[in-house]
Design a protein around this ligand. Structure first.
Ligand code: SF4
Length: 63
């Protein structure tokens, strides 16, 4: 599964990298950076949790 973040939608709440720190990380401004863009297993589950908890719906997952 591929993980993407739309930088135009991300405002830096930080929920993704708090809940899924192996997939997402903060940049210098607190916005989301992808740590691993191709995920499966436990990392895919983290990616799903991050996407579901992003208030801006900035994270998309693609099979
Ligand atoms: S939860 Fe959403 S808006 Fe917040 S940092 Fe992550 S991608 Fe950006």
């Amino acid at each position: 599964m591929k993980v993407r973040v739309d930088p135009d939608l991300c405002v830096g709440h930080g929920r993704c990298y708090v809940l899924a720190p192996d997939v997402f990380a903060p940049d210098d401004f607190g916005h989301c950076e992808i740590v691993v863009s191709a995920v499966d297993g436990a990392l895919a589950e983290q990616a799903r949790i991050g996407a579901e908890n992003c208030p801006e719906r900035a994270i998309s997952l693609e099979d």
